[in-house]
Design a protein around this ligand. Structure first.
Ligand code: PDD
Length: 327
């Protein structure tokens, strides 16, 4: 029997292929390798996938899932604090609206979904962190048009712990933001998983040493961040944010913050603002379920105010949880 003579010893790790000599020919023999699970997946102990709780490193969806094929789905991200879900009611209402806009049926009752969210928290031992929920139009043979009626939507839920102390340190320092032309579709009011412009914008921010990118429309007005809503405090001390029409996502954190602003006697102006106005603003900040209220201290390398987190943004962050609903 001919035994190939090994030219290089098989290496350990991902590229464990070996080159062997068979007769006069070099052949690549794939050496058996030990699976190297992605560490971030190990940290996800359990995920809910279409009716079952499965270990994170085995949580998979079908390749013909329409979320994978077409980004044909929606999602929600909720903050979890002290084991409670923050503003669940509002997140579920927005989820129902997003599904309705895309004509995807709600796959389970709100109460059943609430049980799944809590079970994911329990299985992942999350006290402070975030819940991620995704619903797609389901699995079907690839065809752009909707699949046959009765195709079951796919549901995925994950839960992760977050280091809130680290977030507090980031908030105490403030973050830098860059601006970019808004090149997204018109229906950004739908929380769809189709996020390619947001992904590219966030990466551009990272590459320029910033934490977020603010999109700017063709009139020079800031719309929102790649994964957050954008705010400034004007020279006159008014808190300004773009109205939640179709140009932005109606952020849940944004909605709660409007209540906080009213409760503390601050003046709110829901109107578009330009990048120029933002450069000259007293303060700037962003809001999202995972970042809450996060001061912005630089925009396009220009310091905002005195270049440190503003007092209004800092106070709003501190007051946020007094107004958010916990369930
Ligand atoms: N992003 N705008 C965009 C484009 C967003 O993606 C988000 C949230 C927000 C803020 O919405 P909320 O206050 O409901 O989190 C605004 C989430 C956190 C994400 O994609 O991870």
């Amino acid at each position: 029997m001919f035994l190939p003579r090994m030219l290089t010893p098989a290496r350990k790790g991902p590229a464990a292929n070996a080159i062997a000599l068979a007769g006069n020919q070099l052949v690549c023999t794939s050496a058996p390798r030990t699976p190297q699970p992605d560490r971030s997946l190990i940290l996800l102990r359990s995920a809910y996938v279409n009716g079952r709780y499965v270990p994170g490193d085995r949580a998979v969806v079908h390749i013909e899932d329409r979320g994978y094929q077409f980004s044909d789905g929606v999602y929600e991200v909720c903050e979890v604090r002290d084991g409670c879900i923050i503003d669940e009611r509002r997140h579920m209402a927005r989820l129902a609206r997003s599904l309705d806009e895309l004509r995807i049926a709600m796959p389970m009752s709100a109460s059943a979904l609430g049980i799944v969210l809590r079970e994911c928290l329990r299985r992942n031992r999350v006290r402070d962190g975030i819940l991620y929920l995704q619903i797609t139009r389901g699995v079907a043979r690839r065809d752009h048009a909707f699949p046959a009626p009765g195709t079951k939507p796919s549901v995925v839920v994950t839960a992760r712990s977050m280091d809130f102390a680290a977030n507090e340190r980031t908030a105490a320092e403030g973050i830098a933001v860059i601006t970019l032309p808004d090149n997204r579709w018109e229906r950004v009011d739908i929380k769809s998983v189709s996020l390619l412009p947001n992904v590219l914008a966030k990466q551009a921010a990272r590459e320029q040493g910033a934490k977020e990118a603010w999109f700017v429309d063709r009139h020079g007005h800031v719309t929102e961040g790649s994964s957050s809503n954008a705010w400034i405090v004007s020279k006159e001390g008014k808190v300004v944010t773009r109205p939640a029409g179709k140009g932005i996502l109606r952020g849940i954190t944004r909605g709660v913050l409007i209540d906080v602003i009213a409760a503390h006697g601050l003046e709110l102006e829901e109107r578009p603002f330009t990048t120029e106005e933002a450069y000259g603003a007293r303060e700037a900040f962003l809001t999202s379920a995972s970042q809450l209220v996060l001061p912005v201290v630089r925009i396009d390398d220009r310091p905002i105010g005195n270049g440190a987190p503003g007092s209004i943004a800092t106070a709003l962050r501190a007051k946020f949880h007094q107004h958010a609903e916990r369930t």
